[in-house]
Design a protein around this ligand. Structure first.
Ligand code: NOJ
Length: 532
């Protein structure tokens, strides 16, 4: 859940905890097991809350600690778990630790919490060639307390997000306290932001980036600022801390790394429980590519005994209804350029429906991004002046950033703000008027809606025991078809070809009309698949 855009309870146009509390019954009815909430801490919002000013409080725009406690209690009453975001690679530049480091000057212990270094070329050039995920150099020069041009500090994301130095014991100890603060309040798990960024190669050597290089972390091998082995010590420390709570607590990492094998290191038995699967998220809508990602993901996780995860959309990525309606259907996470092309939203929606049944039939856990259950497309025509993602400025207005997947949800009614906030209030990003057909209210009782498909699939998934434990075995099928069994009495068939394919078995659920044959870009769940 992208909290700012989920539901607003106090009429300021920004989603908040009260809004989420009010919608918990919707989430329980949808059939999800847990909610992951993007950062809710006090923040200047230079990066949508991923710039934290205080790790042990709630931003007043989102509510109070008492609201958070009430949310956790309500969620638990409804059988929902609560996972919050742990942003530990960097703080906000407005965090008191950073303010103290700036004020204390070069060589002070306060500066050691972060990466302050003298520049090259007599101080005028950054200390090395590292780049920011949002474009440009990863270093910014400060003005020293005496007014002179001074040292540089490292920020792998925006300049408002200075990186912490995790080699410093004080950083580790302070974050132990942060984890305990939230786990003691009853939070069930933590989603670890930007995990591969947390360790840096000693001496901060150049990475060898070409001038103008993009942050393509999935292509990097032996990079000094990404996926450095030291990160695993931090993850082990947190796992031990989480395990000290009765029943343990869940850790899921965000780790955009080279391949499934590198990813599997984050989920070794004494590290994180799960990690998001960016190979799946970025895969194009092609049977061969998807089959390969599924096989490689499962094979890499098998030796470490961790569950696979599957995800097609997030608050950082172009919504997949839109991607799947383009000529190039993959995604460009991690800075990879994506070719522009016209979008066929009907096609995208048909495929997204099929993708939902594929995702929910795979072994492991599935992560859904708010609004995908409504079939929301990316909003591609936000006016320049409303864009807030730092990518827009940092890229010199060449990359419009991630605001298009963060537009507030349409809940009800026939015009903006569609029940997201008080009537007459403008949401923090404008909603398209065409979303009147996509509100939760409009879809709730329509059996053909995207919402009904997700709800039915999630509830069926819970009741079909084969989907809990049985391994995946591929069935013989054409190259453009994904067909697999999960146990003796369940099969999933996804037709990515241009022709109908014959189905064997009783259809439990299909992503589109199908009588006998499965049309293109359609998926079906079948029982007794061997019975014909
Ligand atoms: C990943 C988060 O999902 C993204 O929204 C954020 O910009 C970066 N990490 C930096 O914290």
């Amino acid at each position: 859940m992208y909290l700012r855009s989920f539901a607003d309870s106090d009429g300021d146009g920004v989603g908040d905890i009260g809004g989420l509390r009010g919608k918990l019954p919707y989430l329980a009815d949808l059939g999800v097991d847990a909610v992951w909430i993007t950062p809710w801490y006090p923040s200047p919002m230079a990066d949508g809350g991923y710039d934290v000013r205080d790790y042990c409080d709630i931003d007043p725009r989102f509510g109070t600690l008492a609201d958070a406690d009430a949310l956790i209690a309500d969620a638990h009453r409804l059988g929902l778990r609560v996972i919050i975001d742990l942003v530990a690679n960097h703080t906000s530049s407005e965090h008191p630790w950073f303010a103290a480091a700036l004020a204390a000057g070069p060589g002070s212990p306060e500066r050691q919490r972060y990466f302050f270094r003298d520049g090259r070329a007599g101080g005028a050039e950054p200390p090395n060639d590292w780049i920011s995920a949002f474009g440009g150099s990863a270093w910014t020069r400060v003005v020293e307390p005496d007014g002179s041009p001074g040292q540089w500090y490292l920020h792998l994301f925006a300049p408002e997000q200075p990186d912490l130095d995790w080699d410093q014991p004080v950083v580790r100890e302070d974050f132990d306290a942060v984890l305990r603060f939230w786990l003691d309040r009853g939070v069930d798990g933590l989603r670890v932001d930007a995990a591969p960024a947390m360790a840096k190669a000693p001496g901060l050597p150049d990475a060898g980036h070409e001038p103008g290089a993009r942050f393509e972390s999935r292509t990097w091998i032996d990079n000094p600022h990404w996926d450095v082995d030291g990160v695993h010590d931090i993850l082990r420390r947190w796992r031990a801390l989480g395990d000290s709570y009765e029943g343990g607590r869940l850790f899921v990492t965000e780790a955009v790394v080279r391949d499934p094998e590198r990813l599997s290191r984050y989920v070794r038995p004494d590290e994180m429980h799960a990690s998001f699967n960016f190979d799946y998220l970025t895969a194009p809508w092609e049977a061969g590519r998807l089959r390969r990602v599924i096989d490689e993901s499962l094979a890499a996780l098998e030796p470490v005994g961790a569950p696979a995860t599957w995800v097609f959309s997030s608050h950082d990525e172009t919504r997949h209804v839109t991607r799947f309606g383009r000529a190039f259907t993959g995604a460009g996470f991690g800075g990879a350029a994506v070719p522009e092309s016209p979008t066929d939203l009907d096609l995208g929606r048909r495929r997204a429906r099929a993708a939902a049944l594929l995702t929910l039939a795979l072994p492991g856990s599935a992560y859904l991004y708010q609004g995908e259950e409504l079939g929301l497309p990316q909003v591609e025509d936000l006016p320049d002046e409303v864009l807030q993602d730092p990518t827009w400025e940092r890229s010199g207005h060449t990359d419009r950033g991630r605001d298009g997947c963060r537009v507030p949800l349409p809940w009800s009614g026939d015009r903006p703000p569609f029940g997201f906030t008080t009537d007459g209030v403008e949401p923090w990003l404008p909603q398209p008027s065409a979303w009147s057909a996509l509100t939760a209210e409009a879809q709730r009782d329509d059996p053909a809606s995207m919402l009904s498909l997700y709800r039915t699939a999630l509830h069926l998934r819970r009741s079909l025991v084969d989907l809990h434990a049985a391994p995946l075995t591929w069935r013989p099928s054409g190259d453009d078809v994904l067909a697999f069994d999960r146990g003796p009495d369940f099969a999933c068939v996804v037709n990515l070809s241009a022709r109908p394919v014959a189905l064997e078995g009783r259809v439990l659920l299909a992503s589109g009309p199908c009588s006998g044959d499965l049309p293109p870009d359609t998926a079906a769940w079948l029982s007794s698949p061997g019975a014909g």
